[in-house]
Design a binder for this molecule. Structure first.
Ligand SMILES: Cc1cc2nc3c(=O)[nH]c(=O)nc-3n(C[C@H](O)[C@H](O)[C@H](O)COP(=O)(O)OP(=O)(O)OC[C@H]3O[C@@H](n4cnc5c(N)ncnc54)[C@H](O)[C@@H]3O)c2cc1C
Length: 284
C-alpha cells in the first residue's frame, strides 16, 4: 500500500497552496478516475491529490446565458449530470447522444468534464465534440484567469497548454441553432470501448447548400484535429455524393497513429468510409 494524502480545500487560495510550485507532484483531482488508473499502472506517483470539489462554486453547475446563446459548464460537472441535463438535451443534443456510449455508468457518475479535458488522452469522446462546437475554457491560476479557445488547448499526447498551477474552471459552449450535429464513435471491440476513430461533425445547411461545417477527428491522431481541407471542399457547396467523396478522400494526408484498436491504415480507411456516410446522412 502506498500512502497518499487527499485534500479537500475550501477555497482556491488553499488549493493553490496545496498544489505547490512547479516542482510539486501534488495534482488537482476531479473524479479521480484517470488519476487512479495511472497510479495503479505505476505511471505516476503524486505526493498528494487536491480535490476541487469544494474549492470554488464556479467549478460547478450548468448555466444557459439569459439570451440563450451559450452554456457555461463548471469543470467539476460529472458526465452523468451532463447526460441527464434537460437544457443540454434540448440545445446541444449531440452531447447527450455522445454520453450514451462513453465509458460506463460507474465512471460517468464520478468523472468530470474538467478532468476529461486536462487528461488530454486523444481517445476521449467529448473533446472532439466540444471542439466541433467552437467551445473555449476559462482557466484560473495563481496569476489570474484566461479564456483559451479549445482549438489552442491540446498540445499533443496527454499534453495541454495549461500553464503551471493553472486549473480548468469552466467550459463555454456556444449554442448554434440550425446546425445539424453528430458524433460518430467507431469501436472495434464493444460499443462502450474506447474509439478506434471518433468523428465529431457539424453542418449548417440553407436549403441544399452547406453554409458552414466542422469536422473533428479523434482517437487517430495525437490530439483532436480539425479536418480543414475536407471542410473547405464542402463549405459554400451543395453536398452532392461526388463532393462528399472528395471531402472524405481529402483526409489522405493526415498522419494517423496505430494503436491497440487498429493500425494506421485501417483507421484511415474507417475515417474515409464513416466520414462520407455521416456527411451523407446529415445532409439529407
Ligand atoms: C474503465 C474506464 C473506461 C473509460 N472509458 C471512456 C471512454 O470510452 N471514453 C471517454 O471519453 N472516457 C472514458 N473514460 C473516462 C476517462 O478516461 C477519464 O477517466 C475521465 O474523463 C477523467 O475524468 P476525472 O474527472 O476522473 O479526472 P481525474 O482522474 O480527476 O483527472 C485527470 C487529470 O486531469 C487533472 N485535472 C482534473 N481536474 C482538473 C481541472 N479542473 N483543472 C486542471 N487539471 C485537472 C488531474 O490532475 C489529472 O492529471 C473511462 C474511464 C475508465 C476508468
Amino acid at each position: 500500500m502506498i500512502g497518499l494524502d487527499i485534500h479537500e480545500p475550501q477555497s482556491l487560495e488553499e488549493a493553490f497552496a496545496l498544489l505547490g510550485d512547479d516542482e510539486s507532484t501534488a495534482r488537482p483531482m476531479g473524479g479521480g478516475t484517470a488519476l487512479m488508473l495511472m497510479m495503479k499502472a505505476r505511471l505516476f506517483k503524486p505526493s498528494a491529490l487536491v480535490s476541487l470539489a469544494k474549492a470554488d462554486p464556479r467549478f460547478h453547475g450548468i448555466h444557459l446565458s439569459s439570451d440563450g446563446k451559450a452554456f457555461t459548464i463548471g469543470a467539476m460537472t460529472t458526465f452523468a449530470a451532463l447526460e441527464h441535463h434537460d437544457a443540454i438535451a434540448k440545445h446541444l443534443p449531440v452531447i447527450t447522444q455522445t454520453m450514451v456510449t462513453l465509458a460506463n455508468p460507474r465512471v460517468r457518475n464520478v468523472a468530470t468534464i474538467g478532468g476529461n479535458l486536462a487528461h488530454a488522452d486523444p481517445h476521449l469522446d467529448l473533446p472532439p465534440v466540444w471542439l466541433s462546437l467552437d467551445s473555449s475554457i476559462r482557466t484560473i491560476g495563481p496569476a489570474g484567469e484566461r479564456i483559451v479557445p479549445l482549438a489552442d488547448f491540446f498540445a499533443g499526447y496527454y499534453e495541454t497548454n495549461l500553464l503551471p498551477g493553472e486549473l480548468i474552471m469552466q467550459v463555454h459552449v456556444p449554442v448554434s441553432p440550425g446546425w445539424r450535429r453528430r458524433y460518430v464513435k467507431i469501436t472495434t471491440r464493444s460499443a462502450h470501448d474506447w474509439p478506434a476513430v471518433g468523428i465529431a461533425l457539424g453542418l449548417q445547411m440553407q436549403a441544399e447548400l452547406c453554409t458552414d461545417v466542422r469536422i473533428v477527428l479523434s482517437a487517430a491522431t495525437d490530439r483532436p484535429l480539425r479536418l480543414e481541407a475536407a471542410e473547405s471542399i464542402l463549405r459554400g457547396q451543395k453536398l452532392t455524393p461526388g463532393r462528399i467523396a472528395d471531402a472524405a478522400q481529402a483526409t489522405g494526408d493526415i498522419h494517423i497513429e496505430s494503436d491497440s484498436r487498429g493500425s494506421a491504415d485501417y483507421k484511415a480507411h474507417l475515417l474515409k468510409v464513416h466520414l462520407a456516410r455521416a456527411l451523407q446522412d446529415l445532409s439529407e
